[in-house]
Design a protein around this ligand. Sequence first.
Ligand SMILES: [Zn+2]
Ligand SMILES: [Zn+2]
Length: 357
Amino acid sequence: MSQFVRSTTSKYRFGGHVSTAGGISNSVTNAFNIGCNSFAMFLKSPRKWVSPQYTEDEIQKFKDNCKQYGYNPLTDVLPHGQYFINLANPDLEKAEKAYDSLIDDLRRCEQLGVGLYNLHPGSSLKADHQVQLKQLAKYLNKALKETQFVKIVLENMAGTGDLVGSNLEDLRAVIEMIDDKDRIGVCIDTCHAFAAGYDIRTEECFDKFWKLFDETVGLQYLKAIHLNDSKVPLGANRDLHELLGQGFLGLEVFRLIAHSEHLVNIPIILETPQPEPEGYGREIKVLEWLEGKEKDDKEVISKNEALQKQGSKSRQEHEQKFATKQKKSAAKKRKTVVESEDELDKVRKPKRSRKKD
Ligand SMILES: [Zn+2]
Ligand SMILES: [Zn+2]
């Protein structure tokens, strides 16, 4: 018996990242049991380079489960790639190893009949960023040629600089270099966007963000959403997920998501730090409840207050940490300015003394 009944009336495909313990086919029942209308999982151990291949039996079981529980693997399942796959790595030996793992992941998707694959775009690791973006696109093009139908969905990141996808321009640059544009897309993670400096907390900011997304990347490329609140403040550049409503985002952005026209018919996947899968079940129900709530609804306001209270200690700690870090980096900047002025002085002084001579 399922504890959380799957909604048949929601306009949105809310779901969570589920476990595959005991076999990939279990992901389907795990998703169903917490009321998911879409779901994510790892295709193999996220921490190992090599994992055993699926058996024919397991593949069939996955497909049968999808049929039985009513998930279309082409559109409702968004597996998550391994975190350490870095196709933008300037160390080519490492990039090749990452490519092998990517191809293995994509083949697994196609064996299961899964149509979407979520990938962190990696890091240029202090090498020339634009050159490494080209390398990434080259590998993606190669991978798409070596496979049949699975779409690669690049995720936006929470960091700065080297980390590919911390800004929307990176995602556009990579997509521009992809030959088969029908097989590339983007997944926006709410926590990553906010931590990277994109404010989405109010209706005005939220609308502005999607306008910017449309202008920069194009809404036609939006293939999925990761739903997370953020443990860190706006622009803190750290990837720390928080439970919905308890972080610096608050509940309003999730209400806006549950009303957004752009987000109908794509997987909307929770990745919040849940101790148990039932936590996703509860959050899915909150999202479906928000779907029927208008702005300034009293129940939403009091629910937000309660959740914010639960998260307040953690937010205070992270706010302090962020403030200390900002102070340090400001001091470092001042020091570099002074040091470079000293350097200039050293260069100037001998000249001056020579002139005097
Ligand atoms: Zn994510
Ligand atoms: Zn994350």
